[in-house]
Design a binder for this molecule. Sequence first.
Ligand code: ES4
Ligand code: ZN
Length: 318
Amino acid sequence: MEDFIRRMPKSELHLHIEGTLEPGLRDRLAARNGVTLPSRPAYDFHDLTSFLVGYYEGMSVLVHEPDFYELAYAYFEKAAAQGVVYAEIFFDPQGHTSRGIPFGTVIRGLRRAQLDARRVLGLHSQLIMCFLRDFQAEYAMATLLESLPYKDWIVGVGLDSDERGNPPSKFAAVFARARQEGYLLTMHCDVDQQDAVQHIRQAVMDIGVDRVDHGVNILEDSELVAEVKRRGIGLTLCPVSNRFVTDGTKSAELRRLLDEGVRVTVNSDDPAYFTAYVLENLVTVQQELDLTRDELVTLQRNAIEASWAPPAVRQEVL
Ligand code: ES4
Ligand code: ZN
């Protein structure tokens, strides 16, 4: 089965590029840029809050355009080796602009890696810009405006970081403007968050997102399940990530969503931190649920259908 999963052409829709920073590259960039990291291990955590501390600290080694290039290109090489043919990658511009790194430095490095990955590895990708929900909505709006000169390089916007006390509704105006500017919309609705179902409801019904990141608590509301099915909204699940920030992979919920015909997909989230890329995530759920080949193919078809790939790329990777 693992061989089948490895050979199956795969798409990844929920991947934070800053979460692909492996310890080796992090330490090399730290030395190159003269950045001192805390001696506390960044890759040792037990919940979302402690994960996010290490995640933001890790990013501090990313300073110059080639650093962003190397980060993204290393991910693309790894993904291509696992059979990923299409990836939509999140980036967190505020994790960098808040440290004085220009928006252009970040996106130019990522973009150059995307073009090289396309040319050298045959891997297609698109960028999704995430706003950090624990910062003020005004900073998200300023970031949205800052992105407009690079609009052609960004397919959509998302929302991540600490969800507690930061509901989707806080960013309603930002997402409305993003929609006006032509961006597609997604948002994290993390597993077992406080008011998880209300957050999913806000995202789907009030904001009108095109996709939901995580969102497994939707199972607690059958009306919402019916609505995402009706609209064909994809849910990007991250099984191994769940094991780190909640109480398990939530594969039982994946099984229920799959059986209900919801467009669920399997993704890696922050693979350098959770030590599982998309292949290992798929192997994990295959083993836990005894998924058949047909079910694995359904997951991949879901990913293509829920993706924001342009028609030509869709045809090529289907
Ligand atoms: C994240 Cl696991 C997780 N949760 C929320 N925000 C994030 N950003 C990167 N990884
Ligand atoms: Zn995520």
